[in-house]
Each structure stands twice: as structure tokens, then as C-alpha cells.
Write a protein that binds this ligand. Structure first.
Ligand code: AMP
Length: 249
């Protein structure tokens, strides 16, 4: 069984993001970039399935600038077998990514696509669902457990009310939630080995896809600053302030 794992290059989760001075987006120049954390979980799950003998090949795919090769290399160092970089400069929206992934699914015929539940840069939480719709495949989103047996995937999903278990006929899409696993750190020998693994580079046009944006961002701005809190001396003073200043009781 082949598994595709899409990995997105995003601003590292430790970075405090800043809005660009002209309000067109978030500053990414000279900012540390990493693999989207949920995609690391997806890669880890694919590698565990391969280690258990349930998968034979893992292909890491990134849609983004040339530098997104770094994120593919990270996936290769964690245990993916080969990579595909779909080179696009600038913004790529979830629908364009889903169309590109569909074209690659048509080419590679995997039984499973495991991806992140959302990318932490724009928090869209849309690409997996769109890909499932374009392919007409079943989807197990927000997965916290995945078991593969007899041509199906049993996926435990984190839903608002608790946990839901769905059974998907393969091929299918799974999107990883935080508690699915704890991703491994790549060892130095595996980082060295990953340098020799192949990465194919293609353009969206090679796949017959127009990846140009369909949405226009009007403005990006910082959230309003929170004003400083106040200390009160007694419960009576607190009640008075809530009633007469904040007017919430
Ligand atoms: P989103 O719908 O943008 O929140 O992203 C959900 C998931 O789709 C991510 O965790 C990735 O697995 C995948 N994805 C989104 N954008 C890209 C991209 N440019 N390249 C590769 N994978 C992507």
C-alpha cells in the first residue's frame, strides 16, 4: 500500500508572527519556517504503518516555493521514501492544493492520503475535506487513532462531544489531530540518508492545474491590544465595578 503525505512549509510554531507593514499578510522574510506540526504527526503515522508492514511506500508532497524542499527532506529523514515538490511561488489556496493533490493521487494511485487537520499559518482546515470531495473518497478527519485491516481504515475521530469511530473503505483520506501520536526526531544517520532520497520537482501546469488564487485578501491586521487589568480591594468593590464600570451584571 502506498501512502501520500502532504507537508506544508509554514512559519515555525515558536515564532510570534508579525503583520507586514502594508497590511497585505504576515511577515515571512527572515522568519524560521518548519513543517506544519500536524503534518509531522501525519508523516509519523505513515512511517508507523510502514514499520508495522501495512504500507510499502510513503511519498511526501509539498506545494510551495523551492525552499519547501527542506520540509520534504525532514519527512524523508523521518522515514518517507521519496518526495514531490510542486513548485509555486506566493499564496496557494486549499482548493488549488487539493486539485494538485488529486492530480498526484491519479498518477500515484495510493490507498491512503494522511495529512494534517489544518495548517497553522492560515488555519483553513479545508484541504483534506476538499481532496476527499474531489476524489469521491471517504474521509476520517481529526483522527486520534488509525487502524488498517482488510481493505479498510478504522479511524477514531476527535469530535466536539467526545470520540467517534468511523470505518472507511480504502482508498481514503485521513487528517491527523494532535493526539494521534508523538512524532519522532530524525536521527543524524537518517538525516544523512534522506539527502540521497529522490525529490521530483514539477509545476502545477505540468499536472494541468491552474493554481492562481481565487480569493483577494483585503487586509490583515493585528488583534486589538488587551488593556491592562485592575486589582480590586474587596468583593464589594469588584461587584461595584462589574455593575457600574463594566456593566456586565
Ligand atoms: P489547510 O486546509 O490549509 O488548513 O491544510 C490542511 C492540510 O493540508 C495541511 O496540514 C497539509 O497536510 C495539507 N496542505 C495544505 N496546504 C499544503 C501545501 N501547500 N503543501 C502541502 N500540503 C498542504
Amino acid at each position: 500500500m502506498k501512502i501520500l503525505v502532504p507537508v506544508k512549509r509554514v512559519v515555525d510554531y515558536n515564532v510570534k508572527v508579525r503583520v507586514k507593514a502594508d497590511g497585505t499578510g504576515v511577515e515571512t522574510a527572515n522568519v524560521k519556517m518548519s513543517m506544519n506540526p500536524f503534518d509531522e504527526i501525519a508523516v509519523e503515522e505513515a512511517v508507523r504503518l510502514k514499520e508495522k508492514g501495512a504500507a510499502t511506500e510513503i511519498i511526501a508532497i509539498s506545494v510551495g516555493p523551492t525552499a519547501a524542499q527542506e520540509q520534504i527532506r525532514t519527512a524523508l529523514a523521518m522515514g518517507a521514501d521519496r518526495g514531490v515538490l510542486v513548485e509555486v511561488d506566493g499564496v496557494v489556496e486549499p482548493l488549488a492544493v487539493a486539485k494538485i493533490l488529486k492530480a498526484l493521487v491519479d498518477k500515484e494511485s495510493p490507498q491512503l492520503v494522511i495529512m494534517g487537520k489544518q495548517a497553522i499559518d492560515d488555519d483553513m482546515n479545508a484541504t483534506g475535506q476538499m481532496l476527499a470531495a474531489l476524489l469521491g473518497w471517504g474521509q476520517g478527519t481529526f483522527a486520534s487513532k488509525v487502524e488498517i485491516a482488510d481493505g479498510s481504515a478504522k479511524v477514531t475521530r476527535e469530535v466536539d462531544g467526545g470520540l467517534e469511530t468511523v470505518s472507511l473503505t480504502l482508498p481514503a483520506i485521513v487528517t491527523a489531530d494532535l493526539r494521534l501520536n508523538e512524532p519522532r526526531y530524525a536521527s543524524l544517520p537518517n538525516i544523512m540518508k534522506a539527502r540521497k532520497k529522490p525529490i521530483e520537482t514539477v509545476k502545477p501546469a505540468d499536472l494541468g492545474i491552474d493554481a492562481s488564487p481565487r480569493l483577494t485578501v483585503l487586509k490583515v491586521e493585528e488583534p486589538p491590544k488587551r488593556s491592562a487589568g485592575k486589582k480590586v480591594g474587596s468583593v464589594a468593590e469588584l461587584v461595584d465595578k462589574l455593575r457600574n464600570e463594566a456593566k456586565v451584571i
